[in-house]
Each structure stands twice: as structure tokens, then as C-alpha cells.
Ligand binder design. Sequence first.
Ligand SMILES: NC(=O)c1ccc[n+]([C@@H]2O[C@H](COP(=O)([O-])OP(=O)(O)OC[C@H]3O[C@@H](n4cnc5c(N)ncnc54)[C@H](OP(=O)(O)O)[C@@H]3O)[C@@H](O)[C@H]2O)c1
Length: 310
Amino acid sequence: MNTRKLGQSGIDISTIGLGTNYVGGHNLYVDVDEDEGVRLVQRAIDLGVTHLDTADAYGFGRSEELVGKAIQGRRDEVVLVTKGGILFGEHGSGVNNDPAYLRGALERSLKRLNVDCVDLYYIHRHDGKTPVETAFGALMDFKREGLIRAAGVSNFDLPALQAAASAGPVDAVQSCYNLLQREIETDVLPWCEHNGASFVPWGGLAYGLLGGRYSRDFKLHDNDWRHRTGLFDEDVFERNLDTVDGLKAVATTCGSTPAHLALQWLLSRPSVGSVIAGAKNVDQVADNVAAENAEVSAKDLASIDALTKA
Ligand SMILES: NC(=O)c1ccc[n+]([C@@H]2O[C@H](COP(=O)([O-])OP(=O)(O)OC[C@H]3O[C@@H](n4cnc5c(N)ncnc54)[C@H](OP(=O)(O)O)[C@@H]3O)[C@@H](O)[C@H]2O)c1
């Protein structure tokens, strides 16, 4: 598995990472199979994936518990990543970036993951009230104390990124990015490129859409978090499937698959450090790992790019 540098941290991460919001993510998906969740994390590590992305909010702590279980005895093989700042359980709802809250959240995450330190910790989103410098400054304290090795922010806009960087090095920026959602290309991506931050896209497969398996009569369950992405709203969904048809046509021409092309396209974008592909079973993990070695020419990448370029 190829690796790339994680910002200025000195840590290397596998270019194909694993997103674990399905692992124990009972608040996000229906019919979550916890045993398969543990198996798919272990399968990813077996296949050379080192970059494991979770968050305290996934399954309200359950994802971290299961990831912690899956990596037992294998802590040294992984770059363990989690996020805090989203409220749940006894803390209520909403977002809180207050340093005292973030410290408590990190301590609870470490406990659930059963580790002394995480390799990368993100502020999951900005709360709109704590000064960004103060919030990100707290992560600098955690780093000095050895609780985290690198610091990142998720879902921050450009002004918030600039403010965070004034408190210390931003090693990673995680935001939504895929062939169907390219908004961050105008400002966030160039900022990462110029400031040496690794960009980590979430939703790289457009939540399954770019896997090419959904037909026009596909319906999400009422309790599936993907309603929030907007990509499955009736009229938008039809248009997205037209784009997926274009992706499938390129895949047929070059002997690849839509999922592999979507992941390769992301890895070809400036400053992208690693793609945290989500998966619901071990076969999807294996397929996403195989995307790394998919042979995709510059011409094919340009064809894919043209499908949705503004
Ligand atoms: N920072 C944030 O705010 C934030 C927000 C969301 C997610 N994330 C992180 O980003 C990760 C990735 O995002 P995501 O999981 O929501 O979306 P994603 O990676 O775009 O899509 C994952 C979904 O695509 C389908 N899939 C996976 N591999 C496939 C393959 N090889 N071929 C065909 N279909 C495949 C599966 O859904 P089906 O089997 O149902 O089709 C899977 O659940 C998450 O796990 C999480 O760690 C972060």
C-alpha cells in the first residue's frame, strides 16, 4: 500500500484509508451489523490500510468501541484518527468547541478506543461561537501533552482554516469531496496545497452513488443519514445517476469500475493525502483497497473530471 505524508506531522498514512461511520453507526444507518464492522476493520488492516477514521459521534461512541476492539494487539499497525466536538448523550445536542469540552471528549474517546494517544484528532465542525484560535489552540495543548500526535479540522470554511492555522500547524483538513460535490475546490483545496495540510475527503464514493449499483427506483430508508447529503433528493438523484452513467461508460472503455475511477480521481487531486472510503462489508473494503492499483490513464482521469467540472 502506498503512503503519503500527513501534513507536517512526520506521520505516513495509507492512500486508501477506511471510514468507519458504518461500524457501530446505529444513529446513521439501519441494520448495522456490529460483527461485520469489526471484521471489516480487521480486513482493512490485513490488506495494508493504516489510516482508520472514526469519530465519537458515530454510534454515539459505539464506533470507537468497536474500532478499539478490532485493533486490539495491532495498535502499532494503524494511524488511529478520531474527532470530537459534536454533542450527544448526556451532553445534549449541537456542537461545542470549548477547550474544556474538547478535552473531556478526547479523554472519553481514548477510553473507548482503549489507547493512550490518537495519531490524529480533528475538531469535527466549528461551533460558530468559540474563537477558532482558542479551539484549535486546545489541540496544540493536547499534542504537547502527548494525547494526540497530529491535529486537524473538519468541515471548516476558509476563514476558519486561516484562523486555526494561526494557533498551530493544521496537519489535516477533512471535508466532503467527490465527483458530485466539488465546492471545496475553489478555496479549501488550494489553501491545503499552499499550507502543507493533507486534505482528506469524506464521502469519496458519494455515499455509494459512485459505486454504480443504485438504480432509478432506489430509496433510502427514512432513518439513513444520507438524506442529509441532498444527493438522494428526488430530482437531484436522477441527475446524479446520469453522471454515474457517464462514469460507467468511461469505466467500460478503460476496463475499470466506477468505484475505482472515483477513488483514483480523488487521489489525483492536489493535496489529497488519503481517501477514507466507507464500507459496509469486507468485500467492499477489499475492492476499495484494490482501487489503489487500478490503472487509470491521464486521459481517462480527464474524461471523468469533465463529467462534473464547473
Ligand atoms: N467529517 C465529517 O463530517 C464526515 C462526514 C461523513 C463521513 N465521514 C467519514 O468519511 C467516511 C466515508 O464517508 P461515507 O462512508 O459516508 O461515504 P462514502 O465513502 O462515499 O461511501 C461509502 C458507501 O459506498 C458503498 N461502497 C463502499 N465501497 C464500495 C465499492 N467498492 N463499490 C460499490 N459501493 C461501495 C457502501 O454503501 P452501500 O453498500 O450502501 O452502497 C458504503 O457504505 C465515513 O465512514 C466517515 O469516516 C466524515
